[in-house]
Design a protein around this ligand. Structure first.
Ligand code: UDP
Length: 483
């Protein structure tokens, strides 16, 4: 491959992830389940001898894909498998196009822009630019996992070079509409070069796809990551004081956590919190949170409005809408706009509701610290909401359930797979804001129900969505491909 293409400045960068010992799982999942994990890990390592498994994604931080790769890559390395993670680069136009595809795979118009020949040409140019640095690394016989629409355009060149190409799609929608059709039309020529496809849910597989090449692998959480590790109550409170959410901050011992590489970390940075100058919250006041990227399909403004109209005068609770600092998620051009919509919605609230709502953006410079902040927020919350309008999977739901929290979430996409009967509350119609507000207000008056839902939720996640299950499903796919 030559560098004769219009964007020589874009190339991939490798993300180094600390190795995580698989043995950490043993006390949590028990001897039998752990034994199976070790057996399959050894077999897979043997099958992949001499080969490298490459992951290609569009961002190293922010969002569910980065969250999972940060830990899975580390565990797979411990299984003696040469697995690497590369993050591609692109210009704003490219990310507008891929965000459009992302929205349409969810069945939504997004910015309603074109997905025609011009967009296809630009997409291909950015792929060609990144491919130069990818091709210098990948060897024939290597496995390449292309994550999401942003990277699938590299499939043809990689397959031609003798790599085994798999596409992993982290988004989706049950059934098709004109928007999903358009997104698939754009992606199909690239998908034709993949040998296998991974979806989070069976319902997301498009009807024209060869089912025999599809593997369903739901995402998982890592119980030991800074996002989900156990935290002393004192550290939870100290973290939330330090970031500026709870009152009583200032001098005193800093909050601590364990980084992914096992070294100790301290919470040093503050969050940016609106309304500016608003008083920090009383640590004893009930807190409802939704943690999401600033994406319209997460419906942060709907959460704010539903909360504000139902809670005031009924329950003495607060709401925190939490997301990454808007300057830091590079693959999503819509986030600043969506955040601005939340600010307007906050400003439009009557004063008594406004003082109960906080818009919190968390610093992303240090992703372990960011994860520990999310961990503390989820642990401090009385109820965790995920009122997405559509949702590929919704890792924040499993994260909340793992922390034994009562979750109120939309009955859409992967959320319905996670919230089994009796482990949380599903909202049949996420656009019904009065119903959402009532459900939340009612639940907040029932501490026993909150505790019961939370206990069942944690057990359900342990049985179904802890990382060892994910690794076993990957191993099955590799066995199918290699044998
Ligand atoms: N997240 C985070 N920091 C933030 C906001 C979100 O680490 O400020 C994480 C969140 O905890 C979750 C992931 O980003 O692990 C979002 O994944 P999810 O599947 O819920 O949604 P996606 O972003 O993939 O649509």
């Amino acid at each position: 491959m030559t560098t004769d293409h219009p964007f020589p400045e874009f190339s991939v960068r490798e993300i180094n992830v600390p190795v995580h010992a698989l043995s950490r799982f043993e006390p949590l999942i028990g001897e039998e389940r752990y034994g199976e994990l070790r057996r399959v890990a050894a077999l897979t390592s043997h099958r992949l001898e001499g080969k490298t498994v490459w992951n290609l994604s569009s961002t190293a931080a922010g969002g569910g894909v980065a969250e999972m790769l940060q830990v899975l890559v580390g565990y797979i390395q411990d299984a003696n498998i040469d697995i690497r993670w590369l993050v591609m680069a692109g210009d704003p136009e490219f990310f507008y196009i891929t965000k459009r595809i992302h929205n349409r795979l969810h069945g939504a118009a997004g910015d309603a822009g074109e997905l025609g020949p011009n967009e296809a040409a630009h997409y291909t140019d950015i792929m060609a630019a990144n491919l130069v640095s990818v091709m210098s690394r990948v060897r024939p016989g290597d496995l390449v996992l292309l994550h999401d629409p942003q990277t699938v355009g590299m499939a043809a060149a990689l397959a031609e070079a003798g790599a085994r190409v798999i596409w992993r799609c982290h988004v989706g929608r049950e059934g098709s509409n004109e928007w999903t059709d358009e997104a698939w039309w754009f992606l199909r020529p690239h998908l034709a070069h993949c040998e296998a496809y991974i979806f989070s849910l069976r319902q997301y597989v498009p009807s024209w796809m060869d089912e025999s090449r599809v593997q369903v692998i739901p995402p998982s959480i890592d119980p030991f990551s800074p996002k989900n590790q156990e935290m002393f109550q004192g550290d939870v409170i100290r973290t939330l004081r330090r970031i500026g959410l709870l009152e009583g901050g200032g001098a005193g011992a800093p909050a601590t956590f364990t980084r992914r590489d096992g070294t100790p970390g301290h919470i040093g940075r503050r969050a940016s919190i609106l309304p500016e100058g608003g008083p920090p919250l009383d640590p004893d006041a009930p807190l409802v949170i939704q943690v999401s990227r600033w994406d319209r399909l997460k419906d942060m403004t709907g959460v704010l409005q539903g909360f504000a109209s139902s809670m005031v005068g009924r329950v003495d609770a607060h709401l925190a809408l939490v997301g990454p600092s808007v300057a830091d998620v590079t693959d999503d051009p819509e986030e600043a706009e969506v955040f601005a919509e939340c600010v307007s919605a906050l400003e439009a609230l009557p004063a008594d509701a406004r003082r109960r709502v906080k818009l919190v953006t968390l610093p992303m410079e240090d992703i372990d610290e960011n994860a520990a902040m999310v961990n503390a927020l989820q642990r401090h919350a009385t109820v965790i909401v995920q009122k997405s309008l559509v949702e590929g999977f919704g890792l924040t739901v499993a994260e909340g359930m793992w922390k034994a929290k009562a979750v109120v979430a939309s009955s859409v996409g992967g959320i319905t797979e996670q919230v089994a009967f009796g482990t949380g509350i599903l909202l049949a119609d996420p656009t019904d804001l009065p119903m959402f507000g009532d459900t939340l207000a009612e639940l907040l008056t029932r501490p026993d129900q909150i505790a019961q839902l939370g206990a069942r939720a944690r057990q359900h996640v342990l049985e179904t969505f802890v990382g060892d299950k994910h690794l076993l499903r990957y191993a099955q796919l590799i066995e199918w491909l290699v044998s």
